[in-house]
Design a protein around this ligand. Structure first.
Ligand SMILES: N[C@@H](CCC(=O)N[C@@H](CS)C(=O)NCC(=O)O)C(=O)O
Length: 258
């Protein structure tokens, strides 16, 4: 049932949605270079929240598509997500990588979920960067050492599980007297939800953090978040993260000298 629904939603999103301008000319959709992971969800959620026309271009990171020369031209760090906005500044195309930069760009472009007022914007930026530098990388290490590593490294598991626990504690305090992380619902919440949603596989108990639990339920109840977090889920089906071929593409890559 869930699979059928997500298939339908992916097919819908993959079909270029276009909007007609008054002139009769149609805008080209934003190209979203994407794989269904918490970093990918940030952008699918924002595009859905803003109802921006987009077309999803899967980047199968388990097969190494992040190293395709055409993708590297827009995302030199060989990581998704990335976007191409055909209607960038000055009406010319622009490409962007790094999910935080994409969220800020889309927020500025649409005037949505990223306040123009400087004080309110700084609030959002702080928590967005906190997600980018803290929750994402730390929870990513937990996923790696708890779920993907072929050896059980207790020290590494404890280190990252404890750090994520600390970060969720910070978030829980922050959410005590405000509904969302920067006050009003913003791109910072969108950056966080896909990561916090994985609390169970991060060795956490959400019931330790009642404000965080309430926030997670509230954010996940938004239809755009649900659409964003189910986009392309079927693409990941059947992929075994412990398959040596997948591991050799995704883990322990070293510099590729040009
Ligand atoms: N800081 C980057 C991180 C993106 C990232 O780590 N993406 C992962 C998937 S969640 C990826 O593309 N991995 C491919 C690889 O490791 O080769 C961002 O937020 O955009």
């Amino acid at each position: 049932m869930a699979r059928a629904r997500s298939k339908r939603s992916a097919a819908k999103a993959a079909k270029a949605k276009t909007t007609k301008k008054k002139s009769g000319k149609s805008d080209k959709p934003i190209e979203l270079y994407y794989w269904p992971t918490p970093n990918g969800f940030k952008i699918s959620i924002m595009l859905e929240e803003c109802r921006l026309p987009y077309v999803m271009k899967p980047v199968n990171i388990s097969k190494g598509e992040q190293f395709n020369p055409d993708f590297l031209k827009i995302a030199p760090n060989n990581r998704m997500p990335a976007i191409i906005d055909p209607q960038g500044p000055g009406g010319r195309p622009i490409s962007i990588f790094e999910s935080g930069a994409i969220l800020q760009y889309l927020g500025r472009k649409t005037g949505k979920f990223y306040p123009a007022d400087e004080r309110a914007r700084v609030e959002v930026d702080q928590w967005l960067f906190w997600q980018m530098g803290g929750v994402g990388p730390m929870a990513g290490q937990v996923h790696h050492f708890r779920n993907y590593a072929l050896e059980t490294l207790t020290y590494a598991i404890n280190r990252y599980v404890n750090e994520v626990n600390r970060l969720y504690g910070v978030m829980n305090i922050r959410l005590k007297d405000r509904p969302f992380i920067a006050g009003k619902y913003s791109i910072a919440d969108m950056a966080l939800v896909g990561w916090v949603n994985g609390w169970e596989r991060q060795g956490q108990d959400i019931n330790e953090f009642p404000n965080l639990k309430r926030w997670l339920e509230t954010v996940k109840a938004r239809p755009a978040v649900q659409r964003g977090m189910t986009l392309g889920l079927e693409l990941r089906q059947g992929i075994d993260m412990k398959d040596p071929k997948v591991q050799s593409v995704l883990f322990n890559q070293r510099a590729r000298v040009a």
